[in-house]
Design a protein around this ligand. Sequence first.
Ligand code: ASP
Length: 380
Amino acid sequence: MTDASRPGGFPAPIHPAPGDNHRGPCVIASGNGLKDYNGPNTVELAFKLITDGHRPVEACVRGVNLVEDDPEDMSVGYGGLPNEDGVIQLDAACMDGPLHKAGAVAALEDIKNPASVALEVLRRTDHVLLVGPGAKKFALRIGFPEQDLHTEASRKAWLDWRANLNREDKWLDADQIINFPEPWRQQSMGPPPHRGGGGSSEARAGGGASPSHPSGAGHISLDPLGNPHTYGTIHCSAVNKDTDLGCCTTTSGLAWKLPGRVGDSPLIGAGLYCDNATGSAGATGRGESVIHTLGSAWIVHAMERGLTPTEACLEACKRIVDRTHEPRMFDDNKRPRFSVTFYAVRKDGAYGSASILKGGHAAVCTDGKAQRLESEFLYE
Ligand code: ASP
């Protein structure tokens, strides 16, 4: 897997990753599936439900509901970080292996359990994806309560962000806008669009490039390790003793996103996918990259071609990096400035996870007790 054309190359993955050898019922989720709620966490609850005979898709939805309800998780459900306008818009989807049927909602407002609404779309309709006001109307009609999803912390985070001149917003700086050569496009488009919070791009960037973005790509916020910290989601995939599969992904999406932005999480094939003949997969991290490569569907197809779950997740990460061509997405050492983590389980119970950048981890349950799995990775 080492690629000499990239400075630093890819570290060699540890093979075989232990999860690839597991057989039997299994639940895998993103790392927030390990959070303790003085009772079973996401993966333990989902595992108990599949053991008790519930459908894997339903078990996954009930498992992620714990995180949606958690006011402290600012990336999912209640208390999630809002969009540019301060509105919390939630995305979620689920997929049932035996029926090969999915349900999803996007840009849903004022309802704290979008994963459950997605399950109702699957159960009660002939559609797959409901968005915005239509999704909310559907949820209210079938009895979901309307509520303010802001916590004090999510509102304060938005107010602080606003006060900070919108340096983290999602409009590209003028010098980053992609100009195609067609003359008609340049004539018809006019100047760069006005950005939500006012002020010039130079003022927003603090008068120049931020230290973590020497190239001036100041709109991807990075934590001290250089990872984007405005992402966050929970994915959960499960296989039961009958080797039936199901999965669910739910999120408040990218913080400070443009109103109406839909990420990968509610898009079947991108933020999640399962095929009852093969396996199930899901993603967290930079949703746009997952959409561009249809990451989760690709992993399931890779497992169908014979890759282990870990290998398939690693290959999906590599595919993203190889297909990312905008210089702003890499640092001076050609290391990606963003990450994606994939999670996968095969029909026989083998499981795995991999991230673009080191630091991803997963929650796994194969016997009633959750374990932490360090994701394989491409870059230190
Ligand atoms: N993938 C989600 C999105 O782009 C965010 C995340 O997983 O961190 O909306």
